[in-house]
Design a protein around this ligand. Structure first.
Ligand code: ADP
Ligand code: MG
Length: 317
């Protein structure tokens, strides 16, 4: 099997019928139509073996995660994913591996109706770079830079479970019944596309939590030239993190990566409307603190003053 047969067998078949794909896989470039009134969002994420996933994982899960972390970036901007390219580098041409990888890729794209529109296939140490494209009504994308003093900070779900799974990859001590739950949080994160309409309508700034809440919130603060104070006991911590990490569980929630929940801000004036719309939709958000004019992050302890909080999260270098 050569490179072209490989592309045909494992990737050309992954198709999501979209009328905005004029020409997909097979030519020197894809031809795409950005619908009128929409703007195009573009983002790339690379996943490297034994940094972002374990080489021995089922390739289905590797592909699945690669797609989800990319879709999460589009969700964070308040957009909907539409097209993706895949640049895949692998050490050998292993058909069984590719079959699983391709199945996982397709399973991940299907519910979001994202089309695979091209890519590149090369030999080398296992890694993949996806470039995801998304669409957002013109002018309604949510940036990191829009947070203002007084805005309330929200997160969309419980934090720390993916980081706990990483912790247990190298350590013993996880009960058998808990392990699949944790591994699922690491391998199959769910990008919060269900929040996109709310972000577009109510958020002043937004980011997805890929490196850790404190590190990612710090990005919002830097871009918006503000600071933030988080309330100690308001941060939603996954129950298994509380079970295993006890006194240290807040650290996991603040600095653990890979959760792919969203962190966003809503102005005080819009908050009541936001909360009632949220209740109508049956979504649950967690208010965790407030944006302040003074730069830097702080944590308000129970019955006490705010203490400085160092932004920490996953760093490659
Ligand atoms: P070129 O030599 O012009 O760069 P390639 O031979 O690399 O083109 O790729 C042929 C076609 O297959 C192109 O349309 C390209 O986008 C697509 N393609 C290559 N690798 C992949 C992949 N891993 N997944 C999806 N499409 C791919
Ligand atoms: Mg070419």
């Amino acid at each position: 099997m050569d490179e072209f047969a490989l592309i045909n067998q494992f990737f050309k078949s992954i198709s999501s019928e979209r009328s905005d794909v004029i020409l997909g896989i097979g030519d020197d470039a894809a031809i795409l139509e950005v619908p009128k009134g929409q703007q195009l969002l573009v983002s790339s994420d690379t996943l490297v073996a034994d940094v972002h996933f374990c080489t021995h994982w089922d390739p289905y899960d590797i592909a699945y995660k690669a797609v989800m972390v990319n879709i999460s970036d589009i969700a964070a901007m308040g957009g909907r994913p539409s097209w993706v390219t895949l640049a895949l580098t692998m050490p050998t041409l292993d058909e069984a591996w590719l079959q699983r990888f391709s199945s996982g890729f397709q399973a991940a794209l299907h519910p979001y109706q994202v089309a695979l529109i091209g890519g590149d296939t090369t030999r080398g140490p296992l890694s993949m770079t996806l470039t995801i494209h998304g669409l957002v009504p013109a002018g309604r994308a949510v940036r990191r830079s829009g947070a203002r003093p007084g805005d309330i900070i929200y997160v969309t779900g419980e934090l720390g479970a993916a980081a706990l799974a990483v912790d247990f990859l190298t350590r013993q001590g996880c009960e058998d019944a808990d392990w699949p739950i944790l591994l699922k949080r690491l391998q199959h994160p769910t990008p919060r596309i269900d929040w996109v309409d709310f972000l577009q309508t109510y958020a002043s700034a937004s980011i997805d939590i890929s490196d850790g809440l404190s590190a990612d919130l710090h990005h919002i603060c830097t871009a918006s030239q503000v600071g933030a104070c988080l309330v100690f006991d308001s941060i939603p911590i996954h129950k298994l993190v509380q079970k295993y990490k006890k006194n240290h569980s807040l650290d996991f929630a603040l600095s653990g990566g890979d959760d792919y929940e969203l962190c966003f801000t809503v102005s005080k004036e819009r908050e009541a409307l936001f909360l009632s719309a949220l209740a109508t939709a049956g979504l649950e958000g967690y208010a965790i603190g407030q944006i302040e004019a003074e730069p830097g992050l702080r944590l308000r302890m129970p019955h006490a003053e705010c203490v400085p909080l160092n932004p920490r999260g996953y760093a490659h270098f």
